[in-house]
Design a protein around this ligand. Structure first.
Ligand SMILES: NC(=O)c1ccc[n+]([C@@H]2O[C@H](COP(=O)([O-])OP(=O)(O)OC[C@H]3O[C@@H](n4cnc5c(N)ncnc54)[C@H](OP(=O)(O)O)[C@@H]3O)[C@@H](O)[C@H]2O)c1
Length: 348
């Protein structure tokens, strides 16, 4: 089914068949490799939905997929060139049609979803994927806001679970709190009753305070591992410290969870961190991300619908400017999420 989807997306539009606009690329590289083209509009297969995309979003992971980094990740995405020509994973939109046996949704339902395991391609007017890639959009949330959540919010929640999870009264530190994943992690930890410290660049501290962060640390001036403060849970979204230093900032019984971006960081999280904590009651490891896990999506929907979590949006770009959005993300200094506005109004 996934390969059918890929071939549908990759195929150039025939003159008689319905088409859609999509961002595509045929090689790894900087945003210049992207092109906005007309491709065949996908048709939902058995168990699939066709969704008219209203909004998508950009995260550092999209920059990684674009560049094909780390190189090891190409084992999954295509060694010489990307296996999927489409890019983009976050989707919020309206169900246009349903395939045979796709009984969970109806045309007109407002949904959000994650294309990570379904051929990417969210930077397009339509996506087609199995119904389990989607859930009903949280009530009261706009398409732009919903499009910020599928990857970053799920990742933030999963980074605060496992190993006992974050509990009421815990002291939690989020390192790299001001980017895509961080503001969700701050608000989720607050919702769990934690006392939250956010570490990020000077320019992001005001935003972090505005979303309820109890304490902020400017990484350009202060090394959080050298302050003498200790934490029950550290979620490290910007892992630049040694495993020894990270462990030293944990309380006895505390946990350190890394979100790795490079092979070096994976090795540090999977090999070195367990070694330095082998005779310690402090647990250290790496987050194992499960895209759009239904239980986590339900938890996040409830947190949003009860006002405990609100997406932080830095700015928006139209579909035609996806390359600029990715350049902006790659430069750093983003305050929360970048939205891609794909279409307005009712499906048609
Ligand atoms: N976003 C996703 O949905 C997703 C999915 C899969 C994997 N990941 C991985 O998860 C990681 C985080 O993703 P993200 O999209 O949240 O990244 P991001 O938006 O770049 O967030 C990282 C934050 O850390 C800050 N930072 C940089 N250096 C720091 C330091 N030394 N100490 C403390 N903070 C520092 C950054 O600030 P500046 O901008 O000022 O540098 C930024 O605010 C990435 O490695 C990505 O590959 C993310």
């Amino acid at each position: 089914m996934a390969s059918d989807l890929r071939s549908r997306k990759a195929g150039l539009a025939m003159s008689t068949e319905p088409t859609m606009k999509a961002i595509v690329r045929s090689e790894y590289g900087p945003p210049d490799v992207l092109a906005l083209v007309e491709v065949a509009k996908p048709v939902p297969g058995v168990g699939e939905l066709l969704v008219r995309v209203r909004a998508s979003s950009v995260g550092m992971a999209d920059v990684d997929y674009l560049l094909g980094r780390p190189k090891m990740a190409r084992l999954g995405t295509g060694l010489r060139r990307p296996r999927n020509t489409g890019l983009g994973v976050d989707v919020a939109g309206v169900v246009e049609s349903v395939g045979e046996s796709a009984t969970r949704f109806s045309p007109g339902d407002e949904v959000f979803g994650d294309m990570t395991e379904h051929g990417f391609g969210a930077y397009a007017e339509y996506v087609c994927a199995p119904q389990d890639a989607f859930a009903l959009k949280p009530a009261g949330l706009g398409f732009d806001e919903a499009a910020t959540m599928p990857q970053a919010a799920v990742m933030a929640l999963q980074g605060l679970q496992g190993k006992g999870g974050v509990n009421q009264g815990d002291k939690v530190l989020i390192n790299g709190a001001g980017g895509n994943v961080g503001p969700f992690a701050v608000q989720i930890a607050k919702a769990f009753g934690a006392d939250v410290t956010g570490v990020d660049h000077t320019d992001k501290l005001e935003m972090l305070r505005s979303i309820g962060t109890d304490h902020v640390i400017d990484y350009t001036a202060v090394d959080y591992t050298a302050t003498g403060e200790r934490y029950d849970w550290i979620l490290d979204i910007a892992p630049h410290h040694s495993a020894f230093d990270s462990r030293s900032a944990l309380n006895p019984g505390g946990a350190y969870v890394m979100v790795p971006a490079s092979i070096g960081q994976v090795v540090r999280a999977m090999v070195i961190a367990p070694l330095v904590s082998i005779f310690s009651d402090r647990k250290m490891g790496m987050m194992m991300w499960k895209p759009f896990a239904p239980k986590d999506v339900r938890t996040l929907t409830e947190l949003v619908e009860t006002g405990k979590v609100t997406p932080v949006i830095d700015r928006s770009y139209p579909l035609v400017e996806v390359a600029d959005a990715l350049r902006y993300q790659a430069e750093g200094n983003t305050l929360g999420k970048i939205v891609i506005k794909v279409s307005e109004g009712d499906a048609g």
